[in-house]
Write a protein that binds this ligand. Structure first.
Ligand code: ADP
Length: 260
């Protein structure tokens, strides 16, 4: 396995974790969490790595649902929270600690102190790669996470739509500013394949993400189709790389895991 922390000349910022890789997007709803979950599971299952998954999307945690996890983490002897595991991935999310329907109305400093607990206050054990589902956008929280966690790389998710790609550029520029290597751009919801006639419809446009990746000198990591099974498997807490490992979508995610 490629050690990004070593390539970037950085020491791991959490004891026991070799590499911390962020899955980021310039805007919400483009499939960042879906990608983070499928990537983490594919890294564990196909690449046989010890994988952690951190839900840093404090205001909209989706990892508990997407990984079919609930309940409160146990506390270890040295008073750290023990991650909850499913599909071979150790997970931590603010969603384990707060009531599902309660709005999270914290301001910046509280968000950062919660993230500190969710990272260094966790008994991760020995982990090859920690996948971080970042909050959407390019604000203060994203910058602080990138710097404090000493990210060894970031993967950017975007839909093919111009408006999403503009935000993806912002994301790329933010990571460059804090010297986090960009692992590549993944296009999600690239096209819709009709379940009846198999015709592809490019609902959000076509080719834009690849072009943006080239313009920004980033690797293009591939296309994930807009597919009913991806959505339903996420909602059921069994990511598509597990529920339908031979589907083209699962293969696309596995391919990304191998490229990363
Ligand atoms: P984000 O983390 O960027 O806000 P999510 O991963 O939560 O986005 O995805 C938003 C919604 O879109 C979820 O309901 C998810 O299941 C769905 N979704 C994401 N990617 C796909 C896809 N390729 N095909 C179908 N539905 C998708």
């Amino acid at each position: 396995i490629r050690r990004y922390s070593a390539v970037a000349g950085k020491d791991p910022s959490i004891a026991g974790i070799e590499d911390i890789v962020a899955v980021a997007s310039g805007k919400g709803g483009v499939g960042k969490s879906t990608t983070a979950v499928n990537l983490a599971v594919a890294l564990a299952k196909t690449c046989q790595l010890k994988v952690g998954l951190l839900d840093a999307d404090i205001y909209g945690p989706s990892i508990p649902t997407m990984m079919d996890l609930c309940g409160k983490p146990e506390v270890s002897e040295d008073l750290k929270m023990v991650p909850i595991e499913n599909h071979g991935v150790r997970c931590m999310s603010i969603g384990f600690l707060v009531d599902k329907d309660a709005p999270i109305v914290w301001r910046g400093p509280m968000v950062m102190s919660a993230l500190e607990k969710l990272t260094r206050g966790v008994a991760w054990g020995s982990v090859d790669i920690l996948v971080v589902d970042m909050p959407p956008g390019t604000g203060d929280a994203q910058l602080s996470i990138s710097q404090r966690l000493k990210l060894s790389g970031a993967l950017i998710v975007s839909t093919p739509q111009d408006i999403a790609l503009i935000d993806a550029r912002r994301g790329a520029n933010m990571f460059r500013k804090v010297e986090v290597p960009i692992l590549g751009l993944l296009e999600n919801m690239s096209y819709f394949k009709c379940p009846h006639c198999s015709e592809k419809s490019y609902i959000f446009g076509h080719g834009g993400a690849q072009k943006t990746a080239e313009e920004l000198d980033m690797k293009f990591l591939g296309e994930i189709p807009l597919e009913l099974d991806i959505r339903s498997s996420s909602d059921e807490g069994c990511p598509i790389v597990i529920s339908a490992p031979n589907s083209s979508a699962a293969k696309a995610y596995t391919d990304v895991a191998e490229k990363v």
